[in-house]
Design a protein around this ligand. Structure first.
Ligand code: ZN
Length: 300
């Protein structure tokens, strides 16, 4: 069976091309996946919007209601980084439903990936940092509530620290949050994960991969994980506008392969989400996000 990919055309909320958030990377990622033969009909799954009942497992009911009604206070919209109109609200519900669906497909098939997700700055009370709903936290809590998983590991390798996920899942005994990120990157005030590894500016491929390679056995030894959520943010890349870690495309590929190989060798399901990536050359950015899918397809 081909790698199961979750995608919805409305992941693209249609921002202006010069917006700080490169929204056009979503359709361009699908073009890149098609060009690589990874987006055949048998590979594609279309998610439903996450219902409010799921979203409220992770977020304050009042905030969920504000997003669903497109009545988010201006102060919170400023922290998110864009206004929450109908398309942004729908996009957040679909991306979250997409990560839940990808998690279910990973449990069935061993591995699956969402072409969105990794909105790890959204905390319990509200969204922030381009993140409206925390899809991985919602999906974790849905799986735990349904009894589909008892022990969930989050491996967050986006260049930014996973503060929102740490906030939501910090007291959840069924989930363990791990974030490896740029020490000097957003957010300034980090919320402690169960395990945080902060890397200095300019950490390149070799030092990054060596550190990761030493951490993975430590993570897998902590519990018998039922599923791993892997945030494969590409803002660790040297040409990213926001990141500070200087990885190359080859480094990204080696990183993704190291993570997926480690957990699949232990027969632990892996649900991949794309996380962050910010570049002026959005086609190059989409190709960077495609690396996750290229690597994951080798394990499907
Ligand atoms: Zn990021």
């Amino acid at each position: 069976m081909p790698l199961q990919i979750v995608h919805h055309p409305d992941y693209d909320a249609g921002f202006a091309v010069n917006h700080r958030f490169p929204m056009s990377k979503y359709p361009l990622l699908m073009e890149a996946l098609s060009a690589r033969g990874l987006a055949e009909p048998a590979a594609l799954n279309v998610p439903d919007a996450a219902p409010g009942s799921w979203l409220k497992l992770a977020h304050a009911a009042s905030y969920v209601d504000q997003v669903l009604a497109c009545e988010v206070p201006a102060k919170i919209e400023r922290e998110i980084g864009f206004p929450v109109g109908p398309r942004v609200s729908l996009r957040a519900q679909l991306a979250t439903g997409g990560t839940v669906l990808a998690a279910r497909l990973a449990l069935l098939n061993g591995i699956a990936c969402n072409t969105a997700g990794g909105s790890h700055h959204a905390r319990r009370a509200q969204g922030a940092g381009f993140c409206t709903f925390n899809d991985v936290a919602v999906a974790s809590l849905v799986l735990l509530a349904e009894g589909a998983a008892q022990n969930i590991l989050i491996v967050d390798l986006d260049v930014h620290q996973g503060d929102g996920t740490a906030d939501i899942l910090g007291d959840e005994p069924g989930a363990f949050t791990f974030s490896m990120h740029g020490e000097r990157n957003y957010p300034v005030r980090k919320i402690a994960s169960h395990l945080d590894v902060a890397l200095p500016d300019g950490t390149g491929d070799a030092a990054y991969l060596e550190r990761l390679n030493s951490l993975l056995p430590e993570l897998s030894a902590r519990a018998r994980w039922d599923i791993v959520f892997y945030n494969a943010g590409v803002d660790v890349h040297a040409e990213d506008r926001l990141g500070r870690l200087s990885l190359s495309n080859e480094g990204l590929r080696a990183r993704d392969d190291m993570v997926i190989r480690h957990f699949r060798a232990l027969d632990i399901p892996v649900c991949g989400v794309i996380g962050g990536g910010y570049a002026t050359d959005v086609a190059a950015l989409a190709a960077r996000h495609a690396i996750l899918f290229e690597v994951a397809s080798g394990y499907a």
